[in-house]
Design a protein around this ligand. Structure first.
Ligand code: NAG
Ligand code: NAG
Ligand code: NAG
Ligand code: NAG
Ligand code: NAG
Ligand code: NAG
Ligand code: NAG
Ligand code: NAG
Ligand code: NAG
Length: 493
């Protein structure tokens, strides 16, 4: 359109004016450099707002292992169950998983790219099947999709032992590594392996059962595993080409908080795991398909859950099952959609983006594929045209700072050198969703990842993108399937 170049010019000029006027203009936020680029807060400061957080001796005593147990948060709402959540590599994660091997940013983004590709392929209807599971487990430990960043601690079994699980809205079936397992079949974890034989509530699911037949064979390659004469239900999950868990589909009592346990929870007792999983004990599936914790507890919690991902790795957030029963004040809601044939995913409809308070000129059809909102993907994937409009406006608003040259190892192409600045003036970035709700991302934690704009260009216009977890930081994100909407409450942790 003839008017577009003019509009872009006006936008650029305007952003520059605001910059020149200083950091207090509407649409910009001055932040200390320590919060916009890597720094070193070493201690964990808990206290999520909106959810009281109390350590409970009673709960800790239920966990008989020597694993660290985080304080258990209890919401005063009797219709919800909540638990603390932490960045997996930060000081708030149980020491057992936080201690070692934080991947480099490049490695983390490489894993994130694999996850993004995997999710978008699935969402576009191309099935990803696990072939020959249990027959030939790939032995190479190369590429993986493990970019998941947040962990919760739950109790498994009777008596309950604590298990540190990654949360994942992009998958459904939960699993933990189980005994018997050795160094060639399981990856090293810091907590003791879950031992089903030590739990009075553990039961394997028979192969010849409805529960086993109900597992989607394309997703779980399920079949029978004949162990000591009985035929048990085998599941297998392949997260991407090489991350695999295979084991016995089982039921167990899950303890979410002192007052809340889920009986007969179906999960995978993992006997063979391959990939770049490290140190955590398993995964908690929060997707929309029947195998997830959310679906299994839908009678009690209405298929709703929420979480707050903290701004940094040194504060805790929370994961809660159930929607606030009578207090949705503070939430902004947009309709929740699903992806055809992929009930796992949660889809919302982005309609616009603004930078520094100015709406970008992006045709609505660019967003017509919707956006999957995901806890495990790090950076947000935008359709091409939307990304380039965002990048242009953001770079213009940040023109006071030197751009770093592109790094071939990474997809992020808008990274800054803030050396020598004690503070940085960052434009606000807002995402507008269907229904006209505008979410001002937290600045800088929701916009910048280690000094880089936390967005990447993805599919062609009109195709599905992904809202990554950086953009969600500090918001309580409520996935309310029962009421068919997603809510965002700012400043929740
Ligand atoms: C925690 O975050 C800070 C700031 O981003 C980073 O420098 C540090 O390496 C992180 N800690 C771990 C263990 O990843
Ligand atoms: C948490 O502990 C404080 C102090 O002991 C107490 O006042 C508060 O009621 C507790 N909150 C919950 C939800 O148990
Ligand atoms: C619901 O709201 C009422 C009045 O505001 C309040 O007294 C009550 O505690 C709330 N219930 C829950 C479960 O939050
Ligand atoms: C590990 O366990 C598998 C299956 O039980 C067994 O075949 C293999 O020999 C064991 N490997 C080692 C190193 O003990
Ligand atoms: C396992 O046992 C079941 C029932 O006894 C049988 O139908 C099935 O063929 C066996 N599977 C294998 C792989 O041996
Ligand atoms: C437990 O769950 C399994 C699988 O979903 C089901 O077959 C079984 O009937 C359930 N048992 C009880 C006691 O609810
Ligand atoms: C999302 O919004 C776009 C543009 O407003 C529209 O074309 C598309 O149909 C919407 N998608 C859904 C699932 O509502
Ligand atoms: C960042 O800027 C500082 C000072 O201007 C310079 O010394 C340093 O080399 C720059 N770093 C990179 C990675 O370009
Ligand atoms: C930001 O840094 C500049 C130069 O270092 C300083 O003059 C200014 O006062 C700082 N602004 C704030 C809000 O800290």
């Amino acid at each position: 359109m003839a008017s577009s170049p003019l509009l872009v010019c006006v936008l650029l000029l305007c952003s520059c004016c605001l910059i020149a006027l200083g950091g207090n203009e509407r649409g910009f936020v001055v932040v200390p450099t320590s919060t916009s680029s890597p720094s070193n807060p070493a201690a964990c400061s808990p206290a999520p707002q909106g959810m009281q957080c109390n350590a409970t001796d009673e709960y800790e005593s239920k966990f008989q292992t020597n694993s660290e147990v985080l304080s258990v948060s209890v919401t005063s709402d009797p219709n919800r169950a909540s638990m603390p959540l932490a960045h997996r590599h930060g000081p708030c994660a149980p020491a057992s998983v936080a201690a070692t091997n934080r991947p480099s940013r490049a490695e983390m983004l490489r894993r994130d790219r694999a996850r993004r590709i995997h999710i978008l392929r699935k969402a576009s209807g191309r099935r990803i099947t696990l072939s020959d599971v249990g027959v030939s487990i790939p032995t190479s430990l190369g590429a993986a999709v493990d970019s998941l960043q947040y962990v919760v601690t739950l109790g498994f079994g009777t008596p309950a032992v604590s298990q540190v699980l990654l949360i994942d809205t992009g998958s459904d079936l939960s699993w933990v590594q189980c005994q018997p397992c050795n160094s060639s079949t399981c990856y090293p974890q810091k907590d003791p392996l879950f031992d089903p034989s030590a739990s009075s509530s553990y039961a394997p699911i028979p192969c010849d059962s409805k529960a086993c037949r109900d597992l989607d064979p394309d997703t779980y390659a399920n079949g029978c595993t004949n162990s000591s004469g009985t035929s048990l239900c085998q599941y297998g999950i392949q997260y991407a080409n090489e991350d695999i868990t295979v084991g016995v589909y089982s039921t167990e009592t899950l303890t979410l908080s002192p007052q809340v346990s889920v009986k007969n929870f179906s999960f995978g007792c993992g006997l063979v795991q391959r990939g770049t999983f490290d140190l955590f004990d398993g995964l908690l599936g929060l997707g929309g398909a029947p195998e997830s914790l959310v679906s299994q507890t839908a009678e009690t919690y209405g298929g709703s859950f929420s979480y707050c991902l903290p701004a940094g790795n040194s504060t805790t957030g929370f994961l809660a099952l159930g929607a606030p029963s009578n207090n949705t004040a503070g939430f902004l809601f947009t309709p929740l959609h699903s992806v055809p044939k992929e009930p796992t995913f949660y889809l919302v409809n982005l309609t616009g983006i603004s930078v520094g308070g100015t709406q970008l000129d992006i045709q609505p059809t660019v967003f017509s594929g919707g956006m999957i909102i995901d806890s495990g993907t790090v950076v947000t994937v935008l359709p091409e045209t939307a990304y380039s409009a965002l990048r242009t406006a953001f770079r213009s608003a940040m023109s006071a700072y030197p751009l770093l040259p592109p790094n071939n190892d990474e997809d992020l192409d808008t990274c800054y050198n803030f050396t020598g600045n004690s503070n940085v003036t960052v434009p606000t970035v807002a995402l507008t969703y269907d229904g006209g709700v505008t979410i001002d991302l937290d600045v800088p934690s929701g916009v910048l990842l280690d000094g880089c704009l936390a967005f990447v260009p993805g599919p062609p216009d009109g195709h599905t993108g992904i809202i990554g977890n950086v953009n969600q930081r500090t918001f309580e994100v409520l996935y309310d399937s029962g009421r068919g909407h997603v809510g965002f409450r700012p400043g929740a942790c």
